[in-house]
Design a protein around this ligand. Sequence first.
Ligand code: ASP
Ligand code: MG
Length: 419
Amino acid sequence: MALIVQKYGGSSVANIECIEFVAKKIAAQQESGHQIVVVVSAMYGETDRLDKLARQISKQPSTRELDVLLATGEQISVSLLTMALQKLGCKAKSFLGHQIPIITDDAYSRARIFEIGDKALLDAVEKNTIAVVAGFQGVDHLGNLTTLGRGGSDTTAVALAARLKALECQIYTDVDGVYTTDPRIVPNARKLNRITFEEMLELASQGAKVLQLRSVEFAGKYNVPLRVLSTFKEGSGTLIATESLKKGEESSKVMEQAIVSGIAFNRQEAKIVLRGVPDEPGMAAKILGPIGDAHIEIDMIVQNMGENGKTDFSFTVHRRDYDLVLDILNSQMPAFSASGTTVEGSCTIAKITLVGVGMRSHAGIASKMFQALGKEGINIQLISTSEIKVSVVLDEKYLELGVRALHDAFKLHEHPIEE
Ligand code: ASP
Ligand code: MG
């Protein structure tokens, strides 16, 4: 018998009809011999509704109280789903974070899991009782309620699967898997059967929104096979796992041998360019130091070769931080302008990222990418690469054209030939 952790997202438990559908699905899987621990999110829209209530009182409510409020969403859905399972004759019991317990640090609204108890859940499993666990919530060591950040139920599910050494962690959602890119932009985007943790991590951090980023990090760290699949549509979804074969697995089922697995994109960034920066030690730190001190995350950083003692320095930040970054830089302008440095920026950029573990062993991916964009007359403003990705920044108005051109150029709609 295999222990499986299943997580049902907000759209899977959006109303009583959905909840009863999900209960039937779980009951059928238990019937077929699986031991199941379920993690549930709040009903669709509930967390947003609660958050809005809080914001009617204060723009910046106390994060402790916000967590107490937001965690109620999951309390509603676990109890309802448990009732629905019981109505079908299943043994089922709901658990809140503190009843497991899921112990976190005390960083309200973005807490990290320290430790998870397994006794309550293993007891339930042993008694053939379906444990229905509230996602997204935990308690700190003093017993204060905490939440794991928006989308945190994914992380709860992966953490429980790691703790219980589950065979698989299944994330049931409203899409039937991870696609080569967003099908709303590229209609012939293809569902991937398998993808590696590393690739998923890149795709998730570069803008693909299927899974909470931290859940993927966690799954990779503890090697928990993660499967994204649809609640309402049959299918085997997308398996996110390591590249290596699992025990007993046939070699024909090895990871699809694609060089490029997917294309992620992000319209949320802004670009800042400093020209005529003195090409001397300490300049990059001088520019970025105050921005880091303001807790602003920097994404891409590009510096040119110096010429005549001057260089250009560009970087990207989230669009919401754009004005603040310009303020910070301008406040240092007297020092900069003395040396002739100018600052400019743009909020109408977008980033496209090509991701694939196959890039490690294949040359020429970046040039093929640039060629495809060039053919469409798309100018590349910034480039950055790592072992398994190439990102480019371009004018936002070319984003969709660029994604389509790359999807075509790398033939991502076709199944890769397995080697
Ligand atoms: N209910 C929480 C949210 O909406 C957690 C989750 O859905 O994973 O962010
Ligand atoms: Mg969610």
